[in-house]
Design a protein around this ligand. Structure first.
Ligand SMILES: [Ca+2]
Ligand SMILES: [Ca+2]
Length: 229
């Protein structure tokens, strides 16, 4: 009887805690396949090293839809953003930018709206990431996890020009069924500036509720009473 109660308490504590993973989506595209959950399903092999990724894209809006995510769940999103060739960052005023990448949730929050620059960090080009587009300016390739690992090149001398940023966001699902939207705007021709996605992971967990915590507290009180007997 005592053991049953302890089991119930553990179950109650898990439900009220943070470790209740409901949805786990993961794709590194190494199979060459992007499923129907993606609005754009083109997978490409990078010229160097055989990395497969979703892309290339230009001024496109690319969405990932996960029907099983429930409203109010905590969502953790991790992915790699691959910026290819001559992204110009904040440059504007008739220049070749700003070059902006955004991540947003349909009927929910905008997670990212930043400029990116892929060039010589010592050049005049500035980018805003991880800050909002146009607000703060950092050198080209600021915060990139990898530089020139994909094998894309530019210009008559074929100098290498790509960068990869790993990003992580947490948010509360605004509705039943989740659509994550990745988009770029301000880019020039796709052979000049493009992008891709890789290593996309989405997991959800149930947010602790006051009711759940109270239930756990009541259970603990019951156990204490039982132990005192
Ligand atoms: Ca890959
Ligand atoms: Ca540009």
């Amino acid at each position: 009887m005592e053991r049953t109660l302890v089991r119930a308490l553990i179950a109650s504590a898990v439900c009220a805690g943070h470790a209740f993973a409901d949805v786990n989506y993961s794709n590194n595209f190494q199979s060459g396949i992007a499923g129907p959950e993606w609005s754009h399903r083109h997978v490409e092999t990078a010229p160097l090293g055989g990395q497969l990724f979703l892309g290339q894209f230009a001024n496109d809006s690319v969405s990932l839809s996960l029907a099983d995510v429930r409203r109010g769940e905590q969502v953790n999103l991790t992915f790699d953003f691959l910026a290819i060739r001559t992204w110009d960052g904040n440059d504007g005023g008739g220049g070749p930018g700003p070059d902006i990448f955004t991540v947003s949730i349909d009927s929910g929050p905008i997670l990212l709206a930043s400029t990116f620059s892929v060039g010589d960090p010592l050049s005049r080009h500035r980018m805003s990431y991880p800050d909002v587009a146009g607000v703060d300016a950092h050198p080209s390739r600021w915060g990139a996890l990898y530089n020139d690992t994909l094998g894309y090149t530019y210009g008559p001398t074929n100098f290498p020009l790509d960068a990869t940023w790993r990003m992580n966001f947490s948010f509360i699902a605004p509705a039943d069924g989740l659509t994550i939207r990745f988009a770029a705007l301000g880019l020039q021709d796709i052979n000049d500036e493009s992008w891709g996605l890789d290593n996309v992971h989405v997991s959800t967990s149930t947010v602790p509720t006051p009711g759940g915590m109270a239930l756990t507290g009541a259970g603990l009180a019951a156990l204490m009473r039982r132990k005192r007997r």
